[in-house]
Design a protein around this ligand. Structure first.
Ligand code: ZN
Length: 302
């Protein structure tokens, strides 16, 4: 059996499956403090294991920042975060009692892996996955392996140009204020307009503004990684028409500079929603586990 945890900033999804797309038991609950959250996670796996069989590996697709360096003594530990109580909390320690490999990667890298194996990025050489929800994150896979430097990428915190005249909202990132996440995450949209994007009429100015901010990330990823495809998922991307607007805004920024390759034309096959929809995250966590069944030690995807 495989264990999967999709740990988001507001919600934790746990699943037990015989394979990434054969989920036999699952449960979702709110992300609270680590002690309570870890206890709920362990209770779920205890019960699921008793009904379906022993867990051979657990994959954690976790909100960041989290230590994903397999050589690090603090592998699987949440790094400095404004999220109350979570700095220093360790997924590996919390799950040690299951006595199986525990693989920890960022939530976006997990979702990207699921989409690469069985969704909108099937077998592509370079796949980028962006999530726009409580936070904004991006991951890049090359031949199914997540790229990283000294840590997982933090592309949600780039600074798009911010015109205070047309958008007086100061931003809400506790570190940078008006970085991309501070300006265009789900909570930023609610702070600015009082509503979710999907609750606003399609002609609302919020759509154009949102698309223009996100286009800076799309163009940056395009120019720095030249991926075959860019998947944009997460709760904010469910707003009808946002992908279309994002394609138009990204084309404007690229300004015809690229003359060949997938990031040309109308971008309809380039900037796409996740084919697995809401299942991308948990499927990715289970796929991470599957890749590490039989491992002696906890390791990352690579
Ligand atoms: Zn920031």
């Amino acid at each position: 059996m495989l264990g999967g945890i999709e740990a988001g900033g507001t919600k934790i999804n746990c699943a037990l499956g015989s394979s990434p797309d054969q989920i036999l038991a699952s449960k979702a609950f709110a992300t609270t403090d680590p002690a309570d959250t870890f206890q709920q996670v362990c209770t779920f796996f205890d019960t699921a294991q008793a009904s379906h069989g022993r867990i051979a590996a657990i994959g954690v697709a976790a909100f960041g920042p989290v230590d994903t360096d397999p050589g690090s003594p603090s592998y699987g530990t949440v790094l400095r975060t404004p999220k109350q109580g979570w700095s220093g909390a360790s997924w590996v320690d919390a799950l040690r009692r299951f006595r199986c490999p525990v693989v920890v990667d960022s939530d976006v890298n997990g979702a990207a892996l699921a989409e690469w194996q069985r969704g909108a990025g099937k077998d592509l050489r370079t796949l980028a996955y962006v999530t726009v929800g409580t936070g904004i994150g991006a991951g890049i896979l090359q031949n199914g392996r997540s790229l990283f430097g000294t840590g997982h990428y933090e592309m949600g915190h780039i600074y798009p140009p911010h015109d205070y005249e047309s958008d007086p909202f100061p931003g809400r990132c506790p570190f940078h204020k008006d970085c991309l996440e501070g300006l265009a995450s789900g909570p930023a949209i609610i702070d600015r307009w009082g509503l979710n994007l999907s609750e606003m009429p399609s002609g609302h100015a919020a759509f154009a503004l949102q698309a223009s901010y996100l286009a800076h990330l799309a163009a940056t990823i395009t120019l720095t990684h030249m991926p075959d495809r860019l998947i944009f998922g997460g709760s904010v991307m469910k707003a009808p028409g946002l992908h279309e607007r994002l394609r138009v805004a990204t084309r404007m920024l690229l300004a015809g500079y690229l003359s060949a390759g997938p990031a040309t034309g109308d971008l309809a096959d380039y900037i796409v929603p996740p084919a697995l929809g809401d299942l991308a995250g948990i499927t990715g966590a289970l796929a991470m586990a599957e890749a590490h069944v039989g491992d002696a030690h906890t390791r990352r995807l690579n």
